[in-house]
Design a protein around this ligand. Sequence first.
Ligand code: HEA
Ligand code: HEM
Ligand SMILES: [Cu+2]
Length: 657
Amino acid sequence: MLNDLKDFLLNDFFVTGDPLILGSQVAIALSIVAIVFVLTYFKKWKWLWTEWLTTVDHKRIGIMYIIASLLMLFRGGVDALLMRVQLAAPQLEFLHADHYNQIFTTHGVIMILFMAMPLMFGLFNIVLPLQIGARDVAYPFLNALSFWLFFWGAMLFNVSFVIGGSPDTGWLAYPPLSGLQLSPGVGQDFYIWGIQISGIGSLATGINFVATILKMRAPGMKLMDMPMFAWSVLASCVTIMFAFPILTVTLFLLFLDRYLGAHFFTLDAGGNPMMYINLIWMWGHPEVYIVILPAFGIFSEVVSTFARKKLFGYKSMVFALMSISVASFFTWAHHFFTMGSGANVNAFFAITTMIIAIPTGVKVFNWLFTMFRGRITFSTPMLWTIAFIPCFVIGGMTGVLLSVAPADFQFHNSYFLIAHFHQVLIGGVVFGYFAGLYYWWPKLFGFKLHEGLGKWAFWFWNIGFYVCFMPQYVLGLMGMTRRFNEYDFDMGWQPLNIVSTVGAFLMGIAFIFQVWQIAHSIKFLKKEKTGDAWDGRTLEWSIPSPPPVYNFARLPQVSGRDPWWEEKQRIARGEQPSPLPPLEPIHMPKNSGIPFIMSFFWFVAGFGFVWDWKWMIIPGLAGVVICMLIRSFSYDTDYYISVEEIERTEAKLRGAY
Ligand code: HEA
Ligand code: HEM
Ligand SMILES: [Cu+2]
């Protein structure tokens, strides 16, 4: 009995063996011990619980999303560097095939679902309510629940590195490879449950922000007055609302196949793996637009702020965003042109794909026209925006090349494809979110990031990017295939691969610069005292940085676009500032520990499902239900901030200026 347990722990439960993995496990264990020690030593547990883990304040939730996503960027980045080391020389014995499979799978999943998505949600949370003049999102409790579902889902996925073994069937886990027969280990189950739990959180966030935009805008703000970032959030969240249910169902069916021996995606008993491939791309393709659309919104804000001009072509921009959101649901099959759907189907999907280039092009020209004859200042957010345009255009163009179905028979699954999507994901999504992070950082924390170090990071990212990924287009044309951990010397691929690896390390250095930049800026903190760090145009710049818990002491009255800019212009012309209505008590949601605890129970249940431990599944699910019941019967969920308290807070905040 004891021997069985020992066998199980050593052979199945704990991942052992590889010195590389062992080293990282020791590092993880030490970090956890260090964190627990620091929290205990400084007596910070209570603070952590009351101020952060139970918060329903959208700004704090946003900050937690951003911290989590930067940690995940680090992990995904280390995965990337490991792969690039392995590929630098032919037949290198650094990562064996099994290990390489695990790494590209976790890298892909983590970068898209646990880095890009939370960074995006972090920016939504911090910026959107402020931009539309709201005091919080429509459902603050649900917002906290979304965050913790994401967090515990991501934890479940990441735990597989230490316990049980990582998934290794690619970031979209095609069956039959991901079926029980070919992947009997628990890695695939960690994949299913980790993504499932966090995915439900993402769906809830999508619904929450659509409701917020439709119902919570400041008095007088028409939809067509909204800042462009708010439009991009709407476009992205509507896409989430339609795409994420498909993911939930698909993963659930895969779970039934693996857990109950159903045959949805098997080759026998009436199943069909192609059904999975269609379904997963019906989510997967919209997903890439879900993450790029908000980046388009950010660029629009940054361009008009730093060119000090109204955004060119507002209406066409709105139309472009919304039409991409709709069109993204009609292109999914371009991911499997080679899988035998036939010429007509391929032609249909090739054309729908190409059509997306049109609204995207409209946006690019709008940004260029906004900059044209503007008085541009080259602060870091603007630098990221300017670097994004050529990078994204090249990446988009190669996408159009891929969409030519007959040509795709050549490009498919080659490094040409790898280069395409990294170019749009890094040059578009990552650069975009960085622009947003640098832009809204002072609003969030009340100080600017050090510009000099930021510029170093900027150049390292950019040069590193081109050095890393441009050679990959050529490698793709030379025949190098994705997801291979080694190649033959005779192929002649080594020189370009070495260049590519050097580029990857330059990006690694860039990341270090950013960490240094943040540390340096905190140490030599220069408070940003105006609340309006960049001479902004939209409502978030009209309140102090960081904003008080209720954001706006009085809800702003809006008439037209760029309300804060217009107000500043009026005052500059010597007109009276708009009159202020009297203060009123503010209705606010109360903090709650339920989102954290309920999501933790989901984690427990998920872990139980992974190992098929009923004794763990049942209490896990029971915990979830009990949390729901407690919430349904709790009526003490809100409070009012009195006028005196608002006056005191405002006096203190304004007094600081
Ligand atoms: C942010 C993410 C993102 C974005 C924005 C895009 C944007 C586009 N993608 Fe990409 N794509 C991915 C992420 C993304 N892609 C990923 C992750 C994969 C691989 C997944 C995997 O297999 O693992 C992939 C794979 C992929 C394939 C599958 C190839 C294969 O597997 O063989 C195809 C094929 O059509 C494609 C096409 C396109 C097109 C046409 C666009 C267009 O939207 C681009 C539009 C933009 C422009 C064209 C530039 C600006 C426009 C102008 C300046 C106007 C003038 C231009 C023209 C008229 C051409 N992509
Ligand atoms: C920091 C620089 C990065 C480097 C050097 C890098 C490198 C790589 C490498 C080497 C692969 C595996 C290629 C293969 O063998 O098939 C890969 C795959 C992938 N990367 Fe990256 N990457 C980086 C950043 C990103 C980012 C920011 C994202 C997403 C936002 C991303 C998403 C993906 C995806 C989805 C895959 C496919 C995984 C799969 O095949 O299942 N990468 N990357
Ligand atoms: Cu696609």
